[in-house]
Design a protein around this ligand. Structure first.
Ligand code: SF4
Length: 403
């Protein structure tokens, strides 16, 4: 009989497959999930991943796997996995007939509420797993005006497809404050504020107003927020985010190689002083926020594994929680139709990232606070190795009864 950790590592590998490949599903099966009533529906506020699916069809945000790991849910007809319902529960089934039971998250209470100006709160802050919420203040990026959007990004295509259907719009600070207060009253304890570039890079004033509203609505001076921004040309601006009450800062570099940066992120190259300035901004941010309190994501699979890991190692040693979640080529992006590396590639990068984090001393809490989605493969390695999942306590209880 495999040990619990061995079973969890099998589940971790399955998660990587489901996250990269998605599932095929008949709309009739989706209807059985009770999305938008008992079960949580996906609100496409920034990026979207479903292929060949009408915007009007709701899907869940993620699967809950048998031992408690969580995998992003997205629909892809090409996947080897399909979602089935046997009359009692849901399963993912592959072409060899391997069937794995899955569950879906309950809908948060605040998804049924509105802000004081009548805006549905579910369109203001998306609820991720593990008490984390995510606010995309803008669901558009101004880089489209000059056709310099990042090549992997589908923010503007997502806004065109889902903006009207799901009612996702620009968010005002008061709406965000009220929604964060409602979500925190239900147990949320970390948030990220993000969004596309706004014209003339006027985001700093906006982020400060948002922080004021959140503090006023929640009564919390430290609301455990991450401000996700583009590298400011004037690095002195970074201190303002700290003074406003954000605990962590995210400045996503997207790729490590400077030539790739120029090619994949032409708008960031032009607006933010180039890739070397981006690295300087990260170093400066660590000086302001502290080690382990600044994050930078790279799109896992756009460049070679060696280059990605070099970036993760160099930035981590500087105190930046540098991560490379697996790339899922977004429909509507310039790279639509491309393929991400195999799941094993992403598992290997996650394992090596985790080893680097252990060497530099990043704790789970630091990684949790610095990231917008607390369900990367690297988070899971902490959960498995530090026995953080409820299944460990359940297993110990069973052993105690049997002894
Ligand atoms: S800066 Fe790049 S990644 Fe960010 S929203 Fe704009 S196009 Fe997308």
């Amino acid at each position: 009989m495999p040990t619990l950790k061995e079973r969890l590592y099998d589940e971790w590998a399955l998660k990587a497959e489901l996250t990269q490949d998605g599932v095929s599903v008949h709309p009739e099966v989706l209807r059985r999930i009770a999305l938008g009533s008992a079960a949580q529906e996906t609100v496409n506020c920034l990026f979207s991943y479903n292929r060949d699916l009408a915007a009007e069809i709701d899907v869940p945000p993620y699967f809950i796997l048998p031992h408690g790991l969580i995998a992003l849910f997205h629909v892809d007809r090409r996947s080897d996995w399909r979602l089935e319902h046997d009359g009692r529960g849901f399963f993912v089934v592959d072409s060899d007939g391997r069937a794995v039971p899955v569950r879906f998250p309950e809908r948060p209470g605040y998804y049924a509420r509105q802000t004081s100006d009548g805006t549905p709160m579910r369109t203001v802050a998306v609820h991720n797993s593990d008490d984390v919420i995510f606010v995309a203040y803008s669901n558009e990026c101004s880089l489209q005006a000059t056709s310099r959007d990042c090549l992997f990004c589908n923010i503007n295509a997502t806004a065109r497809k889902y903006g009207d259907v799901q009612g996702v719009k620009w968010k005002y600070p008061r709406q965000i404050g009220e929604t964060v207060a409602a979500a925190y009253a239900e147990g949320a304890r970390h948030l990220t504020i993000s969004g596309g570039f706004v014209p003339e890079r006027r985001e700093v004033e906006y982020y400060l107003d948002v922080a004021d509203e959140i503090r006023a609505a929640t009564g919390l001076d430290d609301f455990n927020g991450t401000a996700c921004i583009g590298a400011p040309r004037d690095l002195d601006v970074i201190a303002k985010y700290r003074e406003a009450g954000y605990r962590t800062l995210a400045i996503n570099i997207e790729v490590w190689d400077e030539h790739f940066f120029r090619a994949y992120c032409p708008g960031k190259e032009q607006e933010c002083g180039g890739r070397d300035h981006w690295v300087r901004a990260l170093e400066h941010a660590v000086g302001v926020f502290g080690r382990g309190r600044v994050r930078s994501n790279m799109v896992g699979g756009l460049e070679s594994k060696a280059t990605t890991l070099e970036g993760i190692e160099i930035l981590s040693r500087k105190g930046v929680v540098a991560m490379s979640p697996g790339w899922i080529p977004n429909p509507g992006s310039a790279l639509e139709g491309h393929r991400s590396p195999e799941p094993a590639w992403h598992l290997d990068v996650a394992r090596k990232t985790y080893q680097i984090y252990r060497q530099v001393g990043f704790t789970f809490e630091q990684v949790y606070d610095a990231t917008a989605v607390p369900q990367t493969l690297v988070h899971d390695l902490y959960r498995i190795e530090e026995e953080r999942l409820p299944v460990f306590a359940e297993e110990r209880a069973k052993e105690a009864v049997a002894a």
